[in-house]
Design a protein around this ligand. Structure first.
Ligand SMILES: Nc1ncnc2c1ncn2[C@@H]1O[C@H](COP(=O)(O)OP(=O)(O)OP(=O)(O)O)[C@@H](O)[C@H]1O
Ligand SMILES: [Mg+2]
Length: 340
């Protein structure tokens, strides 16, 4: 084991995950920061800050410093990263003197300026060296796809802010496409559906809970229908009220965001040269990211594209795991990936 800690960091719009070489995933926290409005002082980060979302007094501002996978608030992101890096390396004797080397993920196709911002934030946050890796590569490595071999490997990352699909071959990108539609957009779609159908205004946490507990991408005949109560505010009276919603409601609410995701996947398949496309038909496409956990999302994508779909093991962790593993392969990767 090297003395210097080696971290793989998935800097996501909704969640940050940190993988430590030799230990595995040591941290998964919401990418949320609570700040005092008057002084700018950071009061809470991660889970603790998320608990304040929608409930904080007006002296405290709670926000997500990343938008669509890229840094929207540099200073806040830097402080959040520092908090997570410190938590991941711990306060042991060595950790105090030897800074970690980190591999951080960035969405494929971000600008040079956006990449530099991530690198600077990591260095300011206490990294000794900061390498960057495009998310589809990290995700594919984390999902165990042999992307160092020729032939087409397709990975679909359904995140909170964005969804992207890429076909990779021998450490290169053959085709890729991203849409700014992810879990957050799905929550918004549920909020507007419930408002339209039941005249009830619900918050994002309730919408997300419904999506996770009873949601599905499509209804299959053999599937049970789940129901749950959601609390909100009556649109007319302004008073608290609850309604019971069912899986069908979520399926209907998610139609529009899901059709953007299906369109994105189809466009990547269309861009893929025939030889590689036939590999993908044989091997299937691999789903990662939080959205991969939506019930029947694999079935929907198979139905719409005719290509088999597999959900990776622990799909939310793939990007961070892959970033960590990429650190030990960085010499090979650096030859092919210009971003690093
Ligand atoms: N069981 C589930 N069903 C549907 N969606 C889920 C489930 N579990 C988590 N999610 C959603 O996954 C999203 C978070 O996924 P993930 O952690 O991959 O995003 P991220 O990496 O932070 O975002 P991005 O990659 O866009 O920057 C959230 O919107 C969350 O609601
Ligand atoms: Mg992500």
């Amino acid at each position: 084991m090297p003395l210097r800690a080696e971290l793989g960091i998935d800097l996501g719009t909704v969640n940050v995950l940190v993988y430590v070489r030799g230990k595995g995933i040591v941290l998964q926290e919401p990418s949320v920061v609570a700040q005092a409005i008057k002084t700018g002082e950071v009061l809470a980060v991660g889970e603790e800050a998320r608990a304040l979302l929608g409930r904080s007094p007006d002296t405290i501002q709670v926000r997500r410093p990343l938008r669509d996978g890229v840094i929207a608030e540099f200073n806040v992101t830097r402080q959040m990263l520092k908090h997570f890096i410190d938590a991941a390396v711990g306060s042991g004797f060595l950790a105090r003197f030897i800074k970690p080397v980190v591999m951080i993920t960035v969405p494929f196709g971000v600008t040079q300026v956006e990449r530099q911002a991530v690198r600077d934030a990591a260095l300011d946050a206490g990294a000794w060296k900061a390498y960057l890796i495009p998310e589809p590569f990290a995700g594919a490595i984390g999902a165990g796809l042999p992307i160092h071999t020729p032939g087409g490997h397709m990975v679909i990352d359904l995140g909170g802010g964005t969804s992207e699909a890429a076909v990779l071959s021998t450490y290169g990108v053959v085709a890729a496409h991203a849409v700014r539609v992810g879990g957050i957009r799905m929550d918004e779609a549920i909020i507007s559906y419930v408002r339209r159908k039941y005249s009830l205004v619900i918050g994002q946490p309730s919408a997300e809970e419904a999506k996770i507990r009873i949601g599905a991408a499509m209804l299959a005949e053999d599937d049970p229908v789940y129901r749950m109560e959601v609390q909100g505010r009556d649109q007319a009276t302004g008073l608290p009220r609850s309604v019971e919603i069912a899986t069908e409601d979520i399926v209907e609410a998610l139609e529009e965001p899901l059709s953007s995701i299906v369109g994105m996947v189809k466009s990547v398949l269309e861009q893929t040269p025939p030889e590689l496309a036939s590999d993908i038909i044989d091997r299937g496409m691999t789903l990662i990211g939080g959205g991969a956990l939506l019930r029947n999302i694999d079935r929907l994508l198979t139905q719409e594209t005719g290509v088999p779909v597999y959900v990776a093991d622990a799909p939310m962790a793939c990007v961070a795991v892959g970033a960590g593993k990429a650190l030990s392969r960085r010499r090979t990767l650096m030859r092919t990936l210009p971003e690093m």
